[in-house]
Design a protein around this ligand. Structure first.
Ligand code: ZN
Length: 247
């Protein structure tokens, strides 16, 4: 099975469209969505409609999804994120609000090989950045491959025979990343709609269980169009700026 993996889309329709077009060309069977469909960007309704049309085999909610549909208050959000999520709550259709509110909390088991979560398998809101976080998550995960998002930074961590490796930091994560037997993996494809690793291109992944590998991709998209929509919507200007620099 070839799974298309999308996370942290953040209402960026241009970025999502570019990823879907390229992924369709590459070929995939089913989609996995790791949360934060909305918040920050200007197209929450259109993004939700496109994700619904994909009929993902598994999807989990993100922290922005919970606040944008009114399940939770924006406590803990910074001023910019709060402004964006409140704007989103105001423009979402009632049907899309209800649908977001119905999304499950991760982790969710996809099949015998894969589980998905938003932040981490032990806490949907926890960020996995360093080795300490990653080892905790690798031990908490129950499948050989745990896919996560939330940090907006691509990551490939491996635990093999008790030895931990950050494959991207080690320069060994040139795609495709082979999934070795008896090893556990924790992989973040990076953010579709708001990358924060200094590369403004949209990020997604394809996890191929038959070929035992994960491929991480970056693709250029119409950043200018997404930025113009953010400004036109009256969202904080910094949200348009950061799309251009990927921070
Ligand atoms: Zn996010």
């Amino acid at each position: 099975m070839r799974y298309l993996v999308l996370t942290d889309i953040h209402a960026n329709l241009e970025a999502l469209g570019a990823c879907l077009a390229e992924a369709t060309w590459r070929g995939y069977d089913r989609a996995l969505v790791l949360g934060d469909l909305v918040g920050y960007g200007a197209d929450p309704n259109a993004v939700i409609a496109r994700i619904q049309a994909l009929n993902p085999v598994a999807i989990v909610r993100g922290n922005h999804d919970r606040v944008a549909c009114g399940l939770e208050q924006a406590e803990g959000f910074n001023a910019v994120a709060k402004a964006a999520v409140q704007w989103t709550l105001g423009v979402l259709t009632p049907a899309h609000r209800d649908w977001l509110a119905s999304l499950p909390q991760g982790p969710t088991m996809v099949d015998d090989a894969i589980e998905i979560c938003h932040g981490s398998p032990f806490d949907e809101d926890a960020y996995i950045f360093d080795e300490l976080d990653a080892v905790h998550a690798l031990k908490a995960s129950v499948r050989a491959l745990c896919l996560f998002g939330h940090t907006h930074c691509p990551a490939v961590f491996q635990l093999s025979e008790g030895k931990f490796d950050d494959l991207r930091a080690a320069g060994e994560a040139d795609t495709p990343v082979p999934l070795r037997e008896a090893a556990k993996y924790l992989v973040n494809p990076g953010s579709v709609g708001q990358p924060r690793d200094g590369d403004p291109r949209a990020a997604y992944a394809i996890a191929d269980t038959g070929a035992r590998r994960v491929e991480l991709f970056r693709i250029e998209y119409a950043v200018n169009d997404a930025q113009a929509k953010v400004l036109k919507a009256g969202l904080p200007e910094v949200l348009a700026q950061r799309l251009g620099v990927g921070r």
